[in-house]
Design a protein around this ligand. Structure first.
Ligand code: G3P
Length: 478
């Protein structure tokens, strides 16, 4: 249709036969900025059928050739950084500079994946039988890694490009085909990123990108018998997907409530800088954002003052102007954040700044003296709103952290490395950062969540391995 972005199937850009579209609302103007095709279940069927066929010959394509194509796509992606970043600014209100960074980081991730893939997939194992009791040396076992088949990638709105390629590149290098279902906010940036893979010259049907309404094609995709693996990043939807999906490997990253524990001996300037960066970058809309500060009472006043001074310096406004704090992704998200703030207010939290909201734009807010009976002590705002809980002991901090349903990352600030390691061991999270804010990157580091924060581990190497299976051939000697 007119002015509606096409979806990508069988190596071509197509209009959906539904004749319908999905609107992408610019979070800043709150007006429709782009429209994408609302694909049908038949179109999904066609895509998966094609992906199945394309995968068979892709798996036979030499590994070095697969890597070569990925390197080409990475270079093209970087060349297209400006227009893709522009989409991110308009679709998800990511600050202009961070939008460019996301695309460049994505190009680097694709190249790294190609390099890592040729190394780890270029090696197998050789085992002999006489190490196991009762066996003679009569069996030789050869193992290698084979692809799973069709990988379904579902990234979230906050990194529509980076968290798409972090699934696409490992899938492809390992010999899988790939179906991408981008988030609605960020779909056009994702389509443009897919265009870079198209230009690199991957075989037809190996990669596709299907857009549309979750209600129409969401379950249909995730429950599709032709899908052999799902890699999902997002919210609670992931829990629902994991219940409905078939017997296939799942990789899930589903948010967190990352705690920042501050000890008495911490470098408070360093801690304050990391709290502001960790809590407020991209307006707190990151799974790994600092979502609760747990500070020892004796240093709490000084720490809060230092954080307040830095929050006062954050600029607030449209992403085009490169402001630090930009409108949150949707009106319903802004309403949810406001609900948490009002609940905390009613229950007596101390507001370090005035609460201000204009449309989807929420001014950064630090809430001191938050107590466990407040929703914000436990829930994930995904906005520029950060609670501080004062604690009397490290144990109290660890207890709060571990009482959460989430377990993504956490961080601890102290000059005592021995204490830091013991605290890290005690925290039930996938990663603990010592003296820095939580973060996923560098992108080859393992990235995983415990409890409701996810299934499996990501990071370049882990994702490649996760998207393969071991195949053995046993030679039986006479
Ligand atoms: O929210 C998505 C999660 O993967 C965070 O990534 O790079 O902001 O730590 P990052």
């Amino acid at each position: 249709g007119d002015g509606v972005y096409k979806f990508y199937s069988e190596g071509e850009w197509r209009n959906s036969s539904s004749g319908k579209s999905v609107s992408i609302i610019n979070p800043t103007t709150r007006k429709t900025h782009f429209r994408v095709q609302a694909c049908t279940q038949e179109e999904v069927n066609k895509i998966i059928e094609t992906a199945k066929t394309a995968q068979k010959s892709w798996a036979k394509t030499p590994l070095w050739k697969r890597a070569e194509l990925l390197h080409k796509a990475a270079a093209i992606l970087k060349e297209h950084k400006a227009p893709i970043a522009e989409c991110l600014v308009k679709e998800i209100a990511k600050p202009a500079k961070d939008s460019v960074t996301e695309v460049v980081r994505s190009g680097d991730l694709v190249s790294y994946c190609a390099e890592e893939g040729v190394r780890i997939l270029g090696e197998g194992k050789f085992l002999v039988s006489d190490s196991f009791p009762g066996n003679e040396r009569t069996k030789y076992c050869l193992t290698s890694k084979i692809p799973l088949g069709v990988v379904l990638a579902i990234p979230p709105f906050n990194y529509p490009v980076n968290l798409a390629v972090s699934k696409i590149a490992p899938a492809l290098i390992a010999g899988n085909s790939l179906v991408l279902k981008p988030p609605t906010q960020g779909a056009v940036a994702a389509l443009h990123m897919i265009h870079c893979f198209h230009l690199a010259g991957f075989p037809k049907g190996l990669i596709s990108c299907v857009t549309g309404k979750g209600s129409e094609i969401g379950d249909f995709l995730t429950m599709h018998p032709g899908v052999n693996c799902i890699s999902f990043t997002g919210g609670d939807t992931g829990i629902a997907i994991s219940k409905k999906a078939g017997m296939i490997p799942l990789q899930m990253e589903l948010g967190g409530k990352d705690a920042c524990i501050i000890l008495e001996d911490a470098d408070l300037d360093l801690a304050a800088a990391n709290i502001v960066k960790g809590g407020f970058s991209y307006s707190g809309q990151r799974c790994t954002a600092v979502k609760v500060v747990l500070v020892i009472e004796s240093v709490a006043d000084i720490l809060v003052e230092k954080v307040k001074a830095k929050v006062a310096k954050l600029t607030v406004g449209p992403p085009e102007d490169g402001c630090d704090i930009t409108p949150v992704v949707t009106e319903s998200s802004a309403n949810f954040i406001e609900g948490l703030v009002m609940d905390a207010k009613q229950k007596g939290a101390t507001f370090c700044q005035e609460y201000i909201r204009e449309g989807n734009l929420i001014w950064p807010l630090l809430l001191d003296n938050v107590r466990p009976d407040m929703r914000i002590a436990w829930e994930e705002p995904f906005g520029p709103v950060l609670p501080v809980i004062r604690i009397n002991s490290v144990e109290e901090g660890i207890h709060h952290c571990n009482a959460s349903n989430y377990g993504l990352q956490g961080c601890v600030f102290t000059r005592d490395i021995n204490k830091a390691i013991l605290i890290s061991d005690a925290m039930e999270t996938g990663t603990v950062q010592i003296n820095s804010a939580p973060a996923r990157g560098p992108d080859h580091f393992p990235f995983q969540g415990l409890k409701d924060s996810g299934i499996g581990s990501q990071g370049v190497t882990n994702s490649i391995n996760m998207m393969t299976k071991i195949k053995s051939t046993v030679i039986n000697l006479p």
